[in-house]
Design a binder for this molecule. Structure first.
Ligand code: ADP
Ligand code: MG
Length: 263
């Protein structure tokens, strides 16, 4: 009894909580498998590390503030032939985040830009990278507020910390004139240090209009595109696909690929 209490106390102090919480069943299992002491120690250490990794990932997912759960397994590549599964699989490895590259996901509404951004963000978290997801509107709002309140430096520092910053829906809303300059500062600060993933419904050629400032847009794109991958998604909205199938909506006339009926 005394040994048991003391062991509990020591495991708590060493923060070996996975071993502590399951000690009886783990020791039973080790005995049943007739492990050597060395094997048993390995077995216990593996359990502790497995739980620690799981906790770290869980915390990383929370800190990333994804708007919802979307996964690569849940992405229907057949429905989206303009997306190369090989390229996405390569991005899922997280290497681009390790190399501080940028990724732009461009295309019309409903084609899966946010879905892929969240899914790739989750892959990055699982590989140990810190991630933060924000809409462009929220990001610009935070930058503008920090600027007017005189806290821009702190804000830029905070937004420079995550290894991957995901900025969703750039271009849906017009930006305030000062926003372009603040955004440039953020991009310049992260340049070659940490990754940015941007989703936008506007091609980069229109970003001058998006930012309301062609010079700032050029400077922003210069840095973003230097080490980057740009994925332009085409096709129809996935959201409207089922409605279209059931005949509720007509297929848009400018649809790029005509699908034969009954497929
Ligand atoms: P976007 O950000 O390009 O406007 P979303 O990523 O929000 O589009 O996609 C709209 C909805 O359709 C989401 O619920 C998303 O999960 C789903 N969706 C889009 N494309 C696909 C796809 N290829 N496979 C599975 N679900 C998809
Ligand atoms: Mg979206």
């Amino acid at each position: 009894m005394v040994t048991e209490e003391r062991l509990d106390e020591l495991l708590t102090r060493l923060r070996l909580t996975a071993i502590r919480d399951q000690l009886d069943s783990l020791l039973d299992e080790a005995a049943r498998a007739q492990m050597t002491l060395r094997e048993a120690l390995l077995f216990l250490a593996e359990r502790e590390v497995t739980r620690r990794d799981a906790r770290r990932i869980q915390m990383g997912m929370k800190l990333a503030r994804f708007p919802y759960v979307r996964t690569l397994e849940g992405f229907d590549f057949e429905a989206q032939p303009s997306v190369d599964p090989g390229q996405i699989r390569d991005l899922a490895s997280g290497r681009w985040v390790g190399h501080a590259q940028a990724l732009l996901l461009l295309g019309p509404p409903g084609v899966g830009k946010t879905h892929l951004a969240v899914a790739l963000g989750r892959e990055a978290v699982e590989r140990g990278y810190s991630v933060l997801f924000l809409t462009a509107a929220a990001l610009m709002g935070q930058l503008m507020k920090a600027y007017t309140d005189g806290h821009l430096e702190e804000k830029l520092m905070q937004l420079s910390k995550p290894k991957l910053l995901i900025i969703d829906e750039l271009g849906y809303l017009p930006l305030e004139p000062a926003a372009a300059h603040l955004f440039f500062q953020l991009v310049a600060r992260r340049y070659e240090r940490s990754s940015i993933l941007i989703t936008s419904n506007r091609p980069v050629g229109e970003w001058g209009q998006v930012f309301g400032d062609a010079v700032a847009a050029t400077a922003i794109l210069d840095r973003l595109l230097h080490h980057s991958q740009v994925i332009t998604i085409r096709g129809d909205s996935y959201r409207l696909r089922d409605k279209r199938r059931s005949g509720l909506l007509q297929k848009p006339a400018d649809s790029t690929v005509a699908t034969p009926e009954g497929r």
